[in-house]
Design a protein around this ligand. Structure first.
Ligand code: SF4
Ligand code: SF4
Length: 302
């Protein structure tokens, strides 16, 4: 059914592909190990273009700064400051490895416009766990009470006890800890032992549900606001519909922030042309919906 949905406008900006970690399950982590020189930072020109683009779009757009690890970009803090200076809210996805001093500078630069810090702990990469936990607690003391601060980590049988330990330490400081479920390629959860299930199921986080909804959605019958109200911008400044290819080889491309005047976005929600959705944001942002007209709509699309 067509419904008039309210979608929170949202930009995801990949400020850097670089990361100080080399997680086995991450394509960037893999490249970081083998070909670190192939990973890019957004250039000055891209950052200036992004700021101009956000200014044109308006203050409604929340900007999610992602990497790689965003703190690997030398201009992360000043970029965040410029975005906050326009009045836009900011989200940061980080592996929580930067020093509390850098987080302090980031938090100050965002000047109460920091909506959320999402910290993903990659246990295998953390060298000194207690120090890392202490740093997280320091960051919590620095943030505005209105900023959402949550830490998550993927549950594996052999790290489960460590995660429980982290959870207990963070709980004392009232920091939310999310047990993130591992997904299989068919979009179903991995199986865990009864002991783990009994522990994590009662505290199942919406984040896990969103990931499953996203993976199991048949996007061939979906109308999506990505490309209209939800955008992904890569380190080159390309403005893309989302993380998923919309035809055999191509992402939907709307232009580049280096030429803001040439960017052409959709003017409304459009059918999704990807077989599967790899983007979590439309689910969390209420950004797609089923439509009986979507297959028909595809025939006249473009
Ligand atoms: S910390 Fe994140 S970006 Fe970096 S290698 Fe690990 S999963 Fe990839
Ligand atoms: S892949 Fe996901 S985000 Fe992209 S257009 Fe389809 S439903 Fe929307």
């Amino acid at each position: 059914m067509f419904k008039n949905k309210k979608v929170k406008p949202f930009i995801e900006f990949n400020i850097t592909e670089k990361c100080n970690y080399c997680c086995d399950y991450c394509s960037q982590g893999h490249l970081n190990k083998k070909y670190p020189n192939q990973l890019n930072n957004a250039t000055d020109e891209v950052i200036e273009g992004l700021i101009k683009f956000i200014k044109e779009l308006g203050q409604d757009y929340e900007v999610n700064l992602i990497g790689g690890e965003p703190f690997c970009h030398p201009r992360l803090i000043e970029t965040a400051k410029a975005i906050a200076g326009l009045g836009n809210k900011i989200m940061l996805i980080t592996n929580m490895s930067a020093s509390p001093l850098l987080y302090k500078q980031f938090i100050e630069a965002t000047n109460n416009k920091l909506h959320l810090i999402h910290g993903a702990l990659h246990i295998a990469q953390v060298k000194n766990l207690d120090k890392n936990i202490q740093n997280i607690i320091e960051v919590k003391k620095l943030i505005n009470p209105n900023t959402i601060f949550r830490i998550c980590s993927v549950v594996e049988e052999d790290t489960f006890e460590t995660l429980k330990y982290i959870e207990s330490k963070l709980k004392k400081e009232e920091i939310e800890f999310i047990f993130l479920r591992c997904l299989k390629s068919n979009g179903r959860y991995s199986y865990y032992s009864k002991q783990i299930e009994d522990y994590i199921r009662p505290k199942e986080h919406q984040y896990n549900r969103d990931i499953i909804t996203n993976k199991q959605t048949d996007t061939s019958k979906v109308m999506c606001f990505a490309g209209y109200k939800i955008l992904h911008i890569n380190t080159k400044g390309d403005v893309l519909r989302c993380w998923s290819k919309q035809s055999k080889n191509n992402f939907e491309y709307f232009g580049n922030v280096k030429e803001v005047n040439k960017i052409k976005l959709f003017k409304k929600a459009m059918p999704c042309f990807a077989k599967n959705c790899n983007c979590n944001h439309p689910t969390t942002q209420n950004g797609y919906y089923y439509s009986i007209f979507a297959p028909l709509y595809r025939l006249i699309y473009k």
